[in-house]
Design a protein around this ligand. Structure first.
Ligand code: NAD
Length: 352
C-alpha cells in the first residue's frame, strides 16, 4: 500500500445519517475529499446533489470511476459484506461502518478478499477515540487505582430500539450488533489477557425480533471481571463507567466526563462508625472516614476526532499500519457470536 497521490478521493455508499456524518467529518481533513456518493433512496441522491457531491447512478458507477480511491460503506449492516467484497475486487480501498458484518463467516470472506486485493480494508471503530473511554483507559494503564478487579461499561437510553432497520433481524438489527460492537471493542483494546467465560442475557422490552439491550459478563484469565450493559428502556441512567481497583474506585457518569476518583490514602485507620438502619446495624458498609481517602478529579484525556481518518490516509500512503486490524475485528465478531449462544443456551460459554 503506497500511493504518491497527495489528495485521496472517497465515495460514500449509503448516504444516510452516518454516511453524512462522514461527509461532514472528511470536509475537515485536508488529505481527503468526498467526491461522490450512491444511495438507493432518491431523496438521498438529491441530498448529495444539494451538497455539491456527485450522486452516482449506481454502485457499479462508483466502482467504475478511476478517480475513486476509497469506498466508505455506510449502509444497513446486512449489505456491508456484498459492498465491501465488490469494492475490494474493483481495486478500491475500503472503510466499512460497524458492525463490519453479521457473522464471522462473512467477515472471513471480506478479510480473504482484502488480502487478495492488497488494498486497505478497515472498519470505523470510532469509539476507540471517545474521551470517556480514553480517560478510563488512562486510569487503568497508569494503575491509578492499583490492580483493577472489576469494570462496568454501560450505555443507557429510554427511547426503545429505533424504528428503522435496526429493529429488523434481516438487516442485522439489535443492540448487540449496534452498540455492543463498540463497547466490546473498547474493552478488548483496553484489557490484556484472554476471555475465559462469556455469559449474556439479551432483553426484548420494546422488540421481539431483535434484542433491544443486553448485559454481558466477561471473565478474563487475569481475574478481571467485566460487565457490559446496554439498555434502551432506562429512564434513569447508571454511570457510563465504574471501575474498581484494590486502591480505589473511579466513576464516569456521562459523555460530558462528569465523574471522579476516590483513592485510599491510609489503610491503617480502619475504625468504622457503625451505621444504624431502621432494622439493623452495619460496620462493613459504613463509609470510610475522610482522613483515609482522597477524592480526585478524573485525569481526562482529550482526543481529536480526525484520528481515525488520519490513520486511514497514512496507511494508504504507506506511512502507518491500520489501527483497526482484521484480527481485532474477528475477535469481537466471535465474541458477539458467543454472546448470542450464551443467551440462547442460558449458560456461560468457554471462549478463548
Ligand atoms: P441510515 O438508515 O440513516 O442510512 C443508511 C443509508 O443506506 C440509507 O440512506 C439507505 O437508503 C442506504 N442504503 C441501504 N441499502 C443500500 C444499498 N444497497 N446501496 C446504497 N445505499 C443503501 O443508517 P445509519 O444510521 O446511517 O447507519 C448506517 C451504518 O452506519 C450502519 O452500519 C450503522 O451500524 C453504522 N453507524 C455507525 C455509527 C458509529 O458511530 N460508528 C453510528 C451510527 C451508525
Amino acid at each position: 500500500m503506497n500511493t504518491e497521490k497527495q489528495q485521496l478521493n472517497l465515495a460514500i455508499v449509503g448516504l444516510g445519517g452516518m454516511g453524512n456524518w462522514h461527509r461532514e467529518t472528511i470536509a475537515k481533513n485536508d488529505k481527503l475529499t468526498v467526491c461522490g456518493s450512491f444511495d438507493i433512496n432518491p431523496k438521498r441522491q438529491q441530498f448529495a446533489k444539494d451538497h455539491g457531491i456527485i450522486p452516482y447512478d449506481s454502485f457499479e458507477a462508483v466502482l467504475a470511476d478511476p478517480k475513486v480511491d476509497i469506498i466508505l460503506c455506510a449502509t444497513p449492516n446486512d449489505v456491508h459484506k456484498d459492498i465491501v467484497v465488490r469494492a475490494l475486487q474493483a481495486g478500491k480501498h475500503v472503510v466499512c461502518e460497524k458492525p463490519v458484518a453479521i457473522t464471522s463467516a462473512d467477515l472471513q470472506e471480506m478479510i480473504d478478499t482484502a488480502k487478495q486485493s492488497g488494498k486497505l480494508f478497515t472498519v470505523h471503530q470510532n469509539r476507540r477515540w471517545d474521551e470517556d473511554y480514553l480517560t478510563i483507559k488512562n486510569i487503568f494503564n497508569q494503575k491509578l487505582l492499583g490492580d483493577i478487579f472489576r469494570i462496568e461499561s454501560r450505555v443507557h437510553g429510554s427511547r426503545g430500539i429505533p424504528g428503522d432497520w435496526r429493529n429488523e433481524k434481516e438487516h442485522g438489527g439489535g443492540m448487540v450488533l449496534d452498540w455492543g460492537v463498540h463497547l466490546f471493542d473498547q474493552i478488548l483494546m483496553m484489557l490484556p489477557g484472554q476471555i475465559k467465560k462469556v455469559y449474556a442475557t439479551l432483553s426484548h422490552v420494546t422488540n421481539e425480533l431483535v434484542d433491544d439491550g443486553f448485559d454481558v459478563e466477561l471473565t478474563f484469565d487475569n481475574g478481571i471481571h467485566v460487565l457490559i450493559e446496554v439498555g434502551t428502556s432506562n429512564f434513569i441512567s447508571l454511570p457510563r463507567w465504574y471501575m474498581l481497583g484494590r486502591d480505589g474506585t473511579a466513576v464516569i457518569h456521562d459523555w460530558s466526563l462528569n465523574g471522579e476518583m476516590v483513592r485510599i490514602t491510609d489503610w491503617s485507620k480502619n475504625d468504622a462508625v457503625p451505621i444504624r438502619t431502621a432494622a439493623g446495624l452495619t460496620k462493613t458498609m459504613a463509609p470510610r472516614t475522610k482522613e483515609t481517602i482522597k477524592t480526585q478529579p478524573l485525569p481526562i484525556v482529550r482526543e481529536d476526532v480526525k484520528g481515525f481518518y488520519n490513520n486511514v490516509v497514512a496507511t494508504i500512503k504507506g506511512n502507518a499500519t491500520s489501527v483497526v486490524t482484521h484480527d481485532q475485528l474477528m475477535r469481537v465478531m466471535k465474541l458477539m457470536e458467543a454472546i448470542f449462544e450464551s443467551h440462547e443456551k442460558q449458560q456461560a460459554i468457554d471462549f478463548e
